[in-house]
Design a protein around this ligand. Structure first.
Ligand SMILES: [Cu+2]
Length: 232
């Protein structure tokens, strides 16, 4: 994973903590087994000698394992807490999102994602957001449960019918981030992908203006056709 937002940094760190802890345990347990096997290997056919550990050994090993578990627990709690912090819009971000996050609605429906922006523009599949800006996605669904998952930018979250869930993230670098619908939501769920394009605030403003103008032009055309009687 290559984290590109403050929250995913912490998730990445958590994954590494878990991985290192698991590695230490695997090496320690197997090392102890191999040591014990070699050290106390009896002669072939002879009865091996019995070894008894004292109470002190048990306590010391128990204490060491407990301390190890406690360290992991505390680290995990700290980083999990940091993941939940809302990052603020930075200096390079969208000016109008400095005091409150840029709010965009993401609608999951079988089988695509639709994004509605504050100026009534909308887009399908691709979400365009400004860089260094706190974005709040309001996740809703029109049919079944979908999961919005763009791992490099945010923790994944469900879009549940009749409920609004929120994802808050701030993309630190411009680029395109791939995402998917991470819960089985019917036949074509595998094709229900999404992408987040992170652009400069100016490019974002241009994009939503263009989208809105295109939508308006298409609506005008349809209204014109109906008025001229060209649509039955
Ligand atoms: Cu889905």
């Amino acid at each position: 994973m290559s984290p590109s937002s403050p929250g995913t940094d912490q998730i990445d760190t958590l994954l590494w903590i878990g991985f290192v802890a698991a590695t230490i345990l695997v090496v320690a347990v197997n090392g102890a087994l191999i040591y014990a096997l070699r050290r106390y290997r009896g002669d072939r056919g002879a009865e091996p000698r019995q070894v008894r550990g004292g109470r002190g050994v048990q306590l010391r090993v128990g204490a060491a394992l407990t301390a190890f578990a406690a360290v992991i627990l505390v680290l995990s709690a700290i980083y999990t807490d940091k993941v939940r912090e809302t990052p603020a819009t930075g200096a390079a971000g969208l000016a109008s999102a400095k005091s409150k996050p840029l709010e965009i609605t993401a609608t999951g429906q079988q089988w695509l994602w639709r994004y509605d922006y504050p100026n009534l523009a909308s887009s399908y599949y691709k979400l365009v957001v400004p860089v260094d800006t706190t974005v709040e996605l309001d996740l809703i669904s029109t049919d079944v449960i979908h999961t919005w998952d763009v791992p490099e930018l945010a923790p994944k979250r469900d879009a549940v019918p009749g409920k609004v869930n929120h994802v808050v993230f701030r993309a630190d670098e411009e680029g395109v981030y791939a995402g998917s619908s991470a819960t089985f939501s019917g036949q074509a769920y595998a094709a229900m992908r999404t992408a987040v394009e992170v652009v400069s605030p100016q490019a974002y403003e241009d994009f939503i203006k263009r989208q809105k103008a295109d939508i308006q032009a298409a609506q005008d055309r349809v209204v014109g056709l109906i008025q001229r009687g060209e649509v039955p």
